[in-house]
Ligand binder design. Structure first.
Ligand code: 9D3
Length: 230
């Protein structure tokens, strides 16, 4: 898989993929991830990527020309209809659809993902209208730009690539695929500052441990994420 990130802050991503599962996936050749400076696709002397909004208002809007040129050079097309189904052009924006595990699984089946990181007050809407296949938000809170959202989407997608996870874990048997959260985990010491790990976990009684874990996971889900049980 090829992943290209279009941003005015390429250095933000410098070490972001150098850790853990994502690093292993890159090293194994499952994916190649590159961050590109949007300014490389400007044609004016001062490499201007933004301009004032038509109709007035505060802040600046990312201009369409450098973004269309960037996608044309990275994908080989600058209209959504002329792109292969296995290529997706993703705009990270507060106005997007909510990102979900199901969409991460869809992205994991693609051959190329291009992420456009918004900044300022927004991105010229012709980008969303004609170029982008998926306009995505990662949740209902305000970020200062699309870059942290791109990290989140890339991380959750790349770990789903076949071979990215060790054989001990499989993406299929994770939380969010079955509608409840993971159970609480404990490790040594059995008592820490007066707090004991649940005795049942120390017994080696596998059937009782499994039952305790199911119930503890359900309790935790009721308390922290009742929406998952509805
Ligand atoms: C809706 C807020 N806008 C009102 C004028 C201003 C604005 C806030 C934040 C415009 C851009 C941004 C930058 N955020 C993103 O680019 C972004 C984002 C987010 O803020 N929250 C959740 N997901 C995402 S994906 C990209």
């Amino acid at each position: 898989m090829q992943i290209d990130i279009i941003t005015i802050f390429p250095a933000y991503f410098r070490e972001a993929f150098d850790y853990g599962i994502i690093r292993r996936a890159c090293a194994a050749g499952l994916v190649s991830i590159r961050a590109h400076d949007l300014r490389a696709w400007t044609t004016d002397k001062h490499h201007v990527v933004d301009d004032r909004p038509f109709g007035g208002g505060d802040g600046m809007v990312l201009k369409p020309e450098p973004i269309f040129a960037a996608v044309q050079s990275l994908v080989g097309a600058s209209r959504r209809e002329s792109m292969a189904a296995e290529k997706r052009v993703v705009l990270l924006s507060p106005q997007g659809k909510s990102f979900t595990q199901a969409l991460a699984a869809e992205f994991a089946n693609c051959e190329q993902l291009v992420f456009i990181c918004g900044r300022y007050e927004g991105v010229d809407e012709r980008v969303a209208e004609a170029l982008v296949t998926d306009e995505i938000s990662i949740g209902d809170y305000v970020l200062s730009g699309g870059e942290p959202a791109a990290l989140v989407v890339v991380d959750s997608t790349v770990r789903l690539l076949p071979g990215a996870l060790g054989s001990e874990t499989s993406a299929a048997n994770e939380s969010f695929s079955d509608g409840s959260l993971d159970c609480p985990q404990y490790t040594r010491p059995p008592e820490f500052e007066g707090m004991r790990a649940p005795e049942v976990l120390l017994t080696g009684h596998h059937a009782e441990i499994a039952r305790w874990r199911r119930e503890a996971a359900l309790e935790k889900t009721k308390r922290n994420r009742p929406d998952l049980l509805k």
